[in-house]
Design a protein around this ligand. Structure first.
Ligand code: NAP
Length: 250
């Protein structure tokens, strides 16, 4: 991989994505902050990152929409140069619910946002990174979840299953592109303090569950960002198709 340092982080306006954007900027990367609808936190973050002296753009794009993804990657080509690292991070969950109460619309919304988006963003990245297509190589890091292993019964099996699909995507894609200069790795966070738990209807969910976490506390977005950065960096140059769990021992 050549030393072009351009990172696209999906869903980077808030939470784990925002912490990751900051860390990559500190390491000298030009950063694309993608977000879906909340422009204010994305723009505030971009200001902070630009103050570090690196290039930074914000791109509103709904990664559940194929045309938006194509536009996102074209904007990065134009404004920052060829992407060298893709962090598939944007994800959603819905109100806690048992399967018996889930509609097809809800399940499909989870899958298109959490699974199809990772496939299509990876496709656009590979077109640019693959040495088989004239690229210089690159790295993809997928943000899965500890839910892929726990299954999240009584809360959101649909979300958990979408993350199981990301684990399988990571494994298969890592083997598919291993000889094309691209590494594909994955982090599986669990119980991280972000806004996401409010979307499930329980903002204080981590406080409720702290007792079952072996380390006795929830995690911070910055702790996940460090693992993402390591998996994207040359320090992990012999690692592909691998998973790093960040769930306090769960
Ligand atoms: P968050 O705080 O809710 O932030 C989600 C970000 O994703 C926001 O910036 C949001 O954009 C963006 N987003 C959502 N849907 C999008 C779409 N269709 N297109 C573009 N952007 C979209 O979430 P988080 O907790 O940081 O989660 C980040 C990732 O970590 C997710 O994949 C999640 O499943 C995973 N994860 C989180 C935890 C946890 O405990 N927090 C645990 C395991 C895994 P707007 O700001 O515009 O709304």
């Amino acid at each position: 991989m050549k030393n072009n340092k351009v990172v696209i982080i999906t869903g980077a306006g808030r939470g784990i994505g925002a912490a990751t954007a900051k860390l990559f900027a500190e390491k000298g990367y030009a950063v694309c902050i993608n977000y879906k609808s909340q422009a204010a936190p994305a723009q505030k973050l971009a200001k902070e990152i630009s103050a570090l002296g690196v290039k930074c753009i914000t791109v509103q794009a709904d990664v559940s929409d194929e045309q938006d993804i194509i536009r996102l990657f074209s904007m990065v080509d134009k404004e920052l140069g060829t992407v060298s690292v893709l962090i598939n991070n944007a994800g959603i969950l819905k109100q806690q619910s048992r399967l018996i109460d889930m509609s097809a619309a809800r399940i499909n919304e989870i899958l298109i946002n959490n699974v199809t988006s990772y496939f299509l963003c990876s496709r656009e990245a590979i077109k640019r990174m693959s040495t088989a297509h004239g690229g210089d190589g690159g790295v993809i890091v997928n943000v899965s979840s500890g839910a892929a292993k726990s299954g999240s019964p009584n809360e959101y099996i649909d979300y958990a299953a979408s993350k199981g699909a990301i684990d399988t995507l990571t494994k298969g894609l890592s083997l598919e592109v291993a000889k094309e200069g691209i590494r594909v790795n994955c982090v599986r966070p669990g119980l991280i303090y972000t806004d996401m738990h409010a979307d499930g209807g329980e903002p204080d969910r981590i406080k409720r569950l702290e007792g079952i976490i072996p380390l006795g506390r929830g995690g911070q977005a910055e702790e996940v960002a460090e693992a993402i950065y390591w998996l994207a960096s040359e320090k992990s140059s012999f690692s592909t198709g691998n998973f790093l769990d960040l769930a306090g021992g769960l």
